[in-house]
Design a protein around this ligand. Structure first.
Ligand code: SIN
Length: 300
């Protein structure tokens, strides 16, 4: 936490808000009655922080934030990472990455296919991110849900023999891992072609296959179908088989919460313990969300 940002302000009054764990879901809690655009007292920050660690996903309802307030709230949790696709940064606010299927004057205003494979945001950088804060701007009448899956529950439910096999294994994560597969998406139709300078910013990185959460110590799987390409030091076929087995296990229905977005929702999730997936939006409906991504620490 950037304790100084929130806690130093003793004079800031506590807000009266509820934290309600999602009934019947394996993760997530709603936070009702708070305005995260106001400066937070240390006490309020501590409650939110503990809930974030306990539930992995906080759903703040009915938020009315300017981009600067979205960024200020995000900065309470750490430094912010700027996405490599500068084409989709919010003008004047590079910390905000626009996710959208809207095309204006022939140009996409945001990345339309963000999150279409299971992933932890920016697992392709080192250190990987702590979390992300996604804010609804315009929602479709149908579709556009986001799924979240607990990777700590996924790890806990692996057979012991597989848990032992994963000990000490490391895997490669690459931003461009899907580029070869979907030329129509990645040759500039949906995603801009990466310049040399952008490619240099997203060279492959290596993380452990199982990571300890830096704050709770809990173990979780840390591989994902979007960015993880192979396991270091394993023959290709064995690596493929093992990753496919882990990918399948990691998204069993009992680990998943499906978020159906409501107007003015702001979601804050933990990329160290969850993966997520955008389910997609029918072409005739507009969807736009603004995301900030918070820097984390090395995965160990
Ligand atoms: C993301 O991966 O951050 C996008 C999630 C979404 O669009 O629902």
């Amino acid at each position: 936490m950037s304790a100084s940002a929130a806690v130093a302000q003793q004079e800031i009054s506590l807000q009266s808000f509820d934290i309600r764990p999602l009934a019947g879901a394996p993760l997530g809690a709603e936070v009702l009655g708070i305005d995260v655009g106001r400066p937070l007292s240390g006490g309020d920050f501590d409650r939110l922080h503990q809930a974030y660690l306990d539930y992995g996903l906080l759903i703040f309802r009915d938020q009315h934030l300017t981009p600067a307030q979205h960024i200020a709230f995000s900065r309470l949790w750490g430094d912010l990472l700027v996405h490599v696709l500068h084409q989709f940064q919010l003008p004047g606010h590079p910390e905000i990455f626009v996710i959208s299927n809207i095309v204006e004057n022939g140009r996409p205003v945001g990345l339309a296919d963000a999150g279409k494979f299971w992933h932890s945001d920016l697992s392709y950088v080192s250190p990987p991110s702590l979390g992300a804060i996604l804010y609804a701007q315009e929602l479709p009448q149908e579709g556009g849900d986001t799924l979240f899956a607990s990777q700590q529950q996924a790890y806990d439910t692996l057979p012991g023999v597989l848990q032992r096999r994963l000990e000490g294994l490391r895997a490669v994560h690459s931003y461009t891992s899907r580029y070869a597969e979907e030329p129509e998406v990645f040759k500039g139709v949906v995603r801009p072609v990466l310049s040399e300078a952008q490619l240099a910013k997203v060279e492959s990185v290596v993380h452990p296959v199982v990571r300890h959460h830096p704050e709770t110590g809990r173990k979780g799987l840390f591989v994902n179908a979007n960015f993880t390409t192979h396991i270091v030091d394993l023959p290709d076929e064995e690596s493929r088989q093992l990753l496919d087995e882990l990918f399948e296990h990691s998204v069993r229905p009992e680990f998943i919460y499906r978020h159906r977005w409501q107007e003015n929702d702001l979601l804050f999730w933990d990329n160290r313990s969850l993966i997520h997936l955008a389910t997609g939006t029918p072409k005739q409906f507009r969807r736009r969300l603004h995301r900030t991504t918070i820097a984390g620490e090395a995965a160990v």
